[in-house]
Design a protein around this ligand. Structure first.
Ligand code: NAP
Length: 494
């Protein structure tokens, strides 16, 4: 479709000409290169941090409502440019254009939501225990913060992190995934057009093992906000721990849809199709397990297989395509290896299971929507994140067994239950141990004003988006003003 010019790092409000090693950015739908991205070094990170420290001091002095005005402008430019952004997103990531539009819209929503936060950023005022004394708490910016983002939601996740960081008065060093740098490039242009002062946002492209690690180790980056795999997150957390650095982690998932014996099975089929095969199963909230009551198992399985056959697979920019490509070759290899694992473990492959090649798929990375049935909870395909269009159907005998099956994995991002029994709805929302719970909807579809994140191996207690995102990017400061004119000692002179 297009070959854009080589991307450049964005540092101190400048596009910095890059002469070093580059990586090709590949369109997963065709296997063809669309642009080149710099593979920067630790030196570039250090240069970016120096200017960010200066930029942050000035930015923190700008009143938060005025910082909010700037985010409104960012949101408006994104809205004006929604179609361009969506097409570029599909080009670099592969997700179908309708989903790309949804992702861009999520970023727009986040801009307007966080802009409003510029007039809130609430702290608390509270009585003091002594006379003529005033007490309050306020949110203070932390300084220079580091954002490390994955390829599967290259713009939405960036906005979940950067907008709250900015509204709180921080400066940013952002390392996007090497597979999907174009969204970062576009967003930097939007920040510039909106009038963000120089040095406040800095984008350093490069490998996680080089640029990412340099950010994690840099003493002047005081927060790391990371979204990606659990393995990488665990290593980042260990390093941040050694440096007493605040770290927010959003990582893997093994999300389940539970279908009870009283469920609307047709609605459940729709929910499963959308959650399991949208973004080709490469969402952190993707449904990769269906826990089904044995009374409706046969009906659900039959209807799922029928509907899976109707899913059109291909280039996400083409009309009518429902499932786009997998991000790259190594994603394909991982999925293929889990098909073999599932077969060896004794699960029954009843749909899909193959890579797609030949006419219409030339050069791209395509995999059929796949269903294993009669899986058990101890199987690896029921426990491990596959990150592709592969679902394991696990039959259970009761509501209690369904909840236990859902909670038996190391992850805790999203879960869903289809039931028409109000008692089960309330028991399930209490007992499902995930950060997000859906009732009579699939496992995806988070809204930006609610906290996003998970328990157990998915996270470390922080949340992206929602007002809770501000907790990652601010320190609480307690302030006491004594206007009594004498020394009053707390706990003693009361
Ligand atoms: P990843 O391999 O962990 O990479 C994520 C980011 O970390 C990339 O920018 C990567 O850079 C960087 N990175 C890699 N090694 C690093 C290191 N040693 N130090 C610092 N940074 C490093 O994950 P991914 O495959 O891109 O993303 C898929 C994963 O993200 C899945 O597990 C998915 O569930 C998870 N995810 C979670 C959420 C959530 O909110 N819970 C949302 C979306 C995705 P390069 O790739 O450029 O080298």
């Amino acid at each position: 479709m297009m070959k854009t010019k080589r991307l450049q790092n964005y540092i101190n409000g400048q596009w910095v000409k890059f002469e070093g090693e580059v990586a090709q950015v590949i369109n997963p739908a065709t296997g063809k290169s669309i642009t080149e991205v710099p593979l920067s070094t630790a030196k570039t990170v250090d240069e970016a941090v120096k200017v960010a420290k200066v930029g942050q001091k000035e930015w923190a002095q700008v009143p938060a409502p005025i910082r909010g005005e700037l985010l409104y402008r960012v949101g408006q430019i994104m809205a004006d440019r929604k179609e361009r952004l969506s097409e570029l997103l599909t080009l670099e990531n592969g997700k179908v254009i309708e989903e790309a539009r949804g992702e861009v819209q999520e970023g727009i929503d986040m801009a307007f939501y966080m802009a409003g936060e510029g007039r809130r950023l609430f702290g608390q005022t509270t009585p003091a225990e002594l006379q003529n004394k005033f007490a309050m708490s306020v949110r203070a910016p932390i300084g220079v913060v580091g954002l490390i983002t994955p390829w599967n939601f290259p713009i939405a996740i960036a906005t979940w992190k950067s907008f709250p960081a900015l509204i709180a008065g921080n400066a940013i060093i952002w390392k996007p995934a090497t597979e999907t740098p174009i969204m970062a490039y576009e967003l930097a242009q939007i920040f510039e057009e909106a009038g963000l002062p120089k040095g406040v946002i800095n984008i350093v492209f490069g490998r996680g093992s080089v640029v990412g690690e340099a950010m994690v180790e840099h003493p002047d980056i005081r927060v790391i906000s990371f979204t990606g795999s659990t393995e990488t997150g665990r290593n980042i957390a260990a390093e941040c721990g050694r440096n007493l650095k605040k770290v927010s982690l959003e990582m893997g998932g093994k999300n389940a849809v539970i279908v009870m014996d009283d469920a609307d099975v047709e609605l459940a089929v729709e929910g499963i199709l959308w959650s399991a095969f949208g973004t080709s199963g490469q969402r952190c909230t993707a449904c990769s397990r269906v826990i089904v009551h044995e009374a409706v198992k046969e009906t659900l399985e039959k209807r799922l297989i029928e509907e899976m056959k109707t899913l059109t697979i291909g280039n996400g920019l083409e009309d009518g395509i429902k499932v786009g490509p997998i991000i790259n070759e190594s994603g394909m290899d991982k999925i293929t290896s889990y098909i073999e694992i599932g077969k060896e473990e004794g699960a029954k492959l009843v749909a899909g299971g193959n890579a797609l090649t030949g006419e219409g798929y030339e050069g791209g990375f395509y995999f059929e929507p796949t269903l294993f049935t009669d899986a058990t909870m101890d199987m690896r395909i029921s426990q491990e994140e596959i990150f592709g269009p592969v679902v394991s159907l696990i039959p259970v005998k009761s509501f209690e067994e369904a909840i236990e099956a859902n909670n038996s994995v190391m992850y805790g991002l999203s879960s869903s239950i289809f039931t028409n029994d109000v008692n089960r709805v309330f028991a399930a929302q209490r007992d499902l141990d995930t950060g997000i719970v859906y009732v009579n909807a699939g496992t995806t579809g988070a809204e930006i004003h609610l906290p996003f994140g998970g328990t157990k191996g998915t996270g470390n207690g922080h949340r992206d988006s929602g007002v809770q995102a501000l907790d990652v990017f601010t320190e609480w400061k307690a302030i006491y003003v004594d206007y009594s004119g004498k020394l009053q000692r707390a706990q003693i002179d009361v």
